[in-house]
Design a protein around this ligand. Sequence first.
Ligand code: BQF
Length: 293
Amino acid sequence: MTLLDGKKTSEAIQQEIAAEVAEIKASGGKVPHLAAILVGNDGGSVTYVNNKVLACERIGFGSTLIRYEDTISEEELLIKIKELNLNDEIDGFIVQLPLPKHIDTEKVLEAVDPQKDVDGFHPINVGRMVAGLPAYLPATPAGILQLLERYQIETRGKHCVVIGRSNIVGSPMSILMSKCAYPGDATVTLCHRNTVDLPHYTRQADIIIAAVGKPGLITADMVKEGAVVIDVGTTRVPDATKKSGYKLKGDVDFDAVAPKCSFITPVPGGVGPLTIAMLMKNTLRAAKSEVYA
Ligand code: BQF
């Protein structure tokens, strides 16, 4: 069993980006700048945005954090987005999800200039991804592809079972794994809450990608000997032994499943850190106008 070390891989990618930023600075080019909008005080969201701002600082990007109370109107949020779209200093920006219920998330994501949409959530970028055109890929699926690639995991002709159909992870992951590319070229099954007999599918899987948010969902009896298991779950559960008072739990019963795997991601330290690295990568591409050349 090989542990897919997301922390180490993320640090390697961020070091590559930092080296490129240093070159850009030396030659007097535009230093990449990421802005993030955070609405409200949800503990998870605050942590995630902080992770992103800290990553910017470490690799030499400029960063701007814009915070609002969760009472902000949709209209006010849309005005800020239009302002960021027009601000030439900002190469890319994100709106941290989830948003409060009174705000229409689809409308907000559609307001972001696709050229600055470094989360890859705008329908234009989603459509370009599906069509195989240059696009900003959502950071978590892009991070999973990086892990598969850097550990040279065979994907062609394999049966990849994706669990969860979110716009952010499961849906794009299923599309990317089905593409004629490496990593990709797999036979893909997308399972979700209405799948009848989930274990029937996971037991056939050479590669399992679990993106549900239910700790313990994937048990040892659901996994074939030698499978590759990618755990995207990051559920906060109370833990009195931790300073923060909580710990992160994946969707996979790691202790029971790991012995059966050829490769497996831990939580924390698996896919999560790659999500941050790939957001930085997208921001670098935005600053270099690589996607919409
Ligand atoms: C780690 C996210 C659900 C909903 C909205 C490192 C992150 C997480 C874990 C992180 C996530 C999850 C992010 C670890 C960003 C991943 O060490 O295991 C980093 O910051 N993430 C997000 O921005 O929004 C979410 C999960």
